[in-house]
Design a protein around this ligand. Sequence first.
Ligand SMILES: NC(=O)c1ccc[n+]([C@@H]2O[C@H](COP(=O)([O-])OP(=O)(O)OC[C@H]3O[C@@H](n4cnc5c(N)ncnc54)[C@H](OP(=O)(O)O)[C@@H]3O)[C@@H](O)[C@H]2O)c1
Length: 267
Amino acid sequence: MKNPTPDTTPSFTLITGATQGIGREFARLYAARGRALVLVARGQAALDELRRELAPTGARLETIALDLSTTDAALALFERTRQSGWHVETLVNNAGVGLHGEFLGLDAERDRAMLRLNMLTLTELCRLYAPAMVARGKGEILNVASTAAFQPGPLMSTYYASKAYVLSFTEALAEELAPRGVRVTALCPGATATNFQSTADMKAVTIFRKGLVSTAPEVAAAGVRALERGRRVKIPGALHAAMALSVRFLPRDCVTKVSRLAITPRD
Ligand SMILES: NC(=O)c1ccc[n+]([C@@H]2O[C@H](COP(=O)([O-])OP(=O)(O)OC[C@H]3O[C@@H](n4cnc5c(N)ncnc54)[C@H](OP(=O)(O)O)[C@@H]3O)[C@@H](O)[C@H]2O)c1
């Protein structure tokens, strides 16, 4: 009997929001392991710079400049990779932004764009890429949530709610896909030193106080490890984990008030 033809379709790790902060660290870690990468962010110049930085690793590097906060972005990204014949075996849904301020004062279009990016695009990318992983009986999805997922966040109400969605969706998806050979992990970083704070219009707030802030390399490494080990939820850092889990034991009203204080600008 003839041996079946070996599957030679190249397998890629696709990282959204790859040019800065935590996403850039994912790119560095996976490139160092020789993974073929599809790197996605809006700015082509930053993608080119990242490609130059990672070139010495010898990893295959492809870049796609795309705004993932638009309605059809996930499908556009999927089509680009499909037409190029790139099979995505690891999907890192990292791109996400925050928006600080009272709900009624938020710029409505900016808020909607954030919700599309943080929730809808992430969901659609899972919907589009997971079927091929299931068909091969092999794949990985790492969705970046936040410790914001564990409690309401007055002054960042929609951002916190969007991350609660990511955590809940990811845990459910992990349960559904586990028997089909696909590992799914929710990474829940606490405050991390990146551009996030300024992009979200956050001034000096308690959660970003010195000593409470993780570094992007620590967070990304914890995420990669958790995914490899099949952990469904990972909160990097003992302090952040303790803070996130302590809310289970406190009255919800109290948690909400403390949460507000933690993201109220300090004078
Ligand atoms: N830093 C924290 O304290 C913290 C804590 C918990 C969770 N997180 C989560 O961690 C993830 C990464 O955040 P980070 O702190 O690393 O942020 P960051 O340093 O601001 O980097 C964000 C990355 O996403 C890209 N991006 C932003 N908007 C995009 C869009 N519309 N379409 C495509 N790409 C976009 C940016 O590149 P372009 O601007 O060129 O598009 C950049 O590469 C987010 O999901 C965030 O919610 C962060």
